[in-house]
Design a protein around this ligand. Sequence first.
Ligand SMILES: [Fe+2]
Ligand SMILES: [Fe+2]
Length: 161
Amino acid sequence: MLSKNLASEINTQIKLELYSAYLYLSMAAYFESENLPGFASWMKKQAGEEQEHALKFFEYLNDRGDKVVLQAIEQPPSTFKSPLAVFEQALEHEKSVTARINLLYGIAVKDNDYASQTFLNWFVTEQVEEEKNATQIVEWLKMAGDSANALFQINGMLAGR
Ligand SMILES: [Fe+2]
Ligand SMILES: [Fe+2]
């Protein structure tokens, strides 16, 4: 069993990962409505990965003999200003997730819970990748500026993810 504190925070993390999936699905819906299917496809894949993250935490609580208690998932925003604004928001969101993973890790360290630290290492590495990917697309969109041509090129690249 995990400490009460860590078990409780991991239960919350399951909700937050599902919220991430919900947020990215909402961003996918925005891109679909803007006729940018490559961006939408990227966001749908991202949403799928976030569901996998939630399941990893779900399985981990079960493996350690703790009970999963699912919480209500917040409604994500449904209107966005521009593709750049979407990816800036996605990057900020990933930074907040990184802070959450660090918080969980800190509790595992304080608990001398080595199994949880090993489990969380995967998420520490994953967050580096998540922030890197979002940052790169933010930078591409800044370079594209008002060019529809450049936007379509990025759309094509993201379709291939
Ligand atoms: Fe995640
Ligand atoms: Fe993520």
